[in-house]
Design a protein around this ligand. Sequence first.
Ligand code: FAD
Ligand code: SF4
Length: 475
Amino acid sequence: MKRKRVRQKKQHPGERIKNFDEVVIGYTEKDAVEEARRCLQCRDAGCRKGCPVEIDIPGFIKFIKEREFGLALETIKKNNYLPAVCGRVCPQEVQCEGRCILKKKQEPISIGGLERFVADYMLKRMPGQNPPIVPQVSRTGKKAAVIGSGPAGLTVAASLSELGHSVTVFEALHEPGGVLVYGIPEFRLPKKIIKKEVEYIKSLGVDIKVDVVIGKTLFIKDLFDMGFDAVFIATGAGLPKFLGIPGENLNQIYSGNEFLFRINFMKAYMFPEYDTPVNVGERVFVIGGGNVAVDCARCARRMGARVTVLYRRGRDEMPARSEEIRHAVEEGIEFRYLVSPVGFVDDGNGNVEAVKCIKMQLNDPDRTGRRRPVPVEGSEFVIEADTVIIAIGQSPNLLVSVATPDLEVSGDGVIKVDGDGRTSMKGVFAAGDITTGTATVIKAMGAGKIAARAMHEYIERKGNGRKEIAGRNRT
Ligand code: FAD
Ligand code: SF4
């Protein structure tokens, strides 16, 4: 018998555009158990194969069915240190839920919703004890340094600490979490959730030092001089890309990064308690089709603007999470597809007044498999704007690689690594967005787990005085 997916409770769109509180309220205990009952407990579960960190999905869902929420969380935490985050932001529709057997005939199991339920349930009931027992390990006396405290850095730090090494994370900003704190808005991922997940990682013995910029305050060489046996780089991709079209430097044109940084990290969303200046005016256009573009649009909407997203491809090609696109539409955000900006108009005082656009059409797929947009000749038009936000992607942060000439990087600043996260320097590893360009939280974590294994092996071999295998050292 078909059973409909149990929906998570949400704030009503008319209400939520007036606040920055979380949109999805989540499952009640009763609803979670009911949704878990839909799971068929497949033996060769497709969902698990679709998860980049291979969580035992049927296993944790079975524990929910049995109301053993602590055991459900322990099952998830074997493969994922940030379940409350991943339950909220993973693109489940193309990962685990996309491979759920039920999808053939009905809606797949809400795996993300259930993962979030378990993590939140335990966080609420056992603050500071999540999961209930922090594994006790004997210390190896070895030290590892981690640069960057986003999902990749936190995963490596937690993994190495669980293996008994002393781990210090160096973070440039004054709060750990990376994009999770400075990029993804409060209404999708509340800061208190990240704080609790970070607290758990600290409880494993990880030391996090904030306000340290590697490549300025300290250099990789200094870290080895300080006695660290291995270094992991996870500095992410936070450098905004621009369009390179006339008028792009006018006032009231933001990069998506700056806009979200002001709203989230500098807490403009907590106005009037914080008075970070972000004045959007009445008419906002956001350029782009990814998560950053949709997050910017929804923030601007909450600041009272009428918002339109301009995307040069079609709905099917949009890389943003589909649930968030749905939420944005519910919130009254307009999406105009097959449109690209070609310039910006000055109001005479150095502010943007309008966007010059051109219509696009889709040609054959390019190398990435997505259909290539090309301009339609003679289709230019102009639209009035108070604010424009450019969210067309980010490239890797360059500070560490510029300050470390021995580190091999590709033309766009991506640090080159082998399949296990080894860089060109002995004892130096890397993973996450700095090695791939902007990707996803779970991919950064998955690559971090692989790199942590290789680092552990390297540190152990080094300690045993055996031939070192890590580092494609060329000297
Ligand atoms: P980051 O999270 O970027 O962390 C890097 C850290 O390194 C930062 O804290 C930075 O301050 C620090 N750092 C940088 N340079 C230095 C230095 N020199 N010294 C010390 N520290 C340094 N993914 C999803 O899966 N789902 C989503 O819904 C989603 N939404 C997103 C929304 C936005 C607005 C953005 C920007 C990204 C989104 N992503 C999403 C992508 C995802 O957040 C990233 O892929 C992921 O955070 C990458 O993790 P990371 O650890 O490699 O880097
Ligand atoms: Fe349950 Fe779907 Fe996974 Fe099967 S594929 S175990 S039904 S979540």
